[in-house]
Design a protein. Sequence first.
Length: 247
Amino acid sequence: MKVVVFVLFGLVCSLCGCMAPSAKRPVKPPEALVAAPEGFDLWEPCDTARAEALRSEADGNAAAALRGAACYAYLVERGGGESAEAAAGKKLAERAVAAYPHSAEAHYLLGYLAGLVARHSPLKALNLVPVIEREALAALDLNPELDQAGPARMLGELYLRAPAFPVSLGDTALAVDYFRRAVEIAPEQPDNRLRLIEALLAEDLAAEACRQLQHFWQGLTPDDAAGESWKRGLELQGRMCGDLFED
């Protein structure tokens, strides 16, 4: 599942509200008796009725909060949901993290839903950046392989899209590092490599970007020719070719 793209991070904030560069260290979650309920499926198909039912059960039921957060994330990304659903899911994810501090899924969903809220409510985006970073780092520390290297992919996307210091914590070099890690963990996930290529181009590392694009094309099958990954690969290839002609 594609990680959230923070499309309006170009907003300006006053210096008193801006963030210094983060130490970039994973937040160690406190001790917990359990990590997550058994049989939890991160991206199980869900509908609005199911999401509302889980939200009504969430008071005093941490498992329902976790499943409800996942349901709302699914609705926003794949079912056409918008700001209200993203906010509702974020609240459930916060309950899930409190109940399951050792659950990579809970932390990942909180970071993911915070990103969805930022996407639909751009005025809140900068304030949500540290939440996304904190939760993605926690998820990465707990389970790097979750969602085909989703935590590393989320961090790479955050550092690639966010404005740089002093406005926020954007850092294209750091984005390259996390996307490289995502490719190492799940090389078969096309978004991992495509985002690494984009970050490499942002860092003017065209030769490595070209090598990564070759790996990307080699990993595709004829069935992928009409997909979004194929189109994104062509777009990035066009950017590289354009840079060559400009030189």
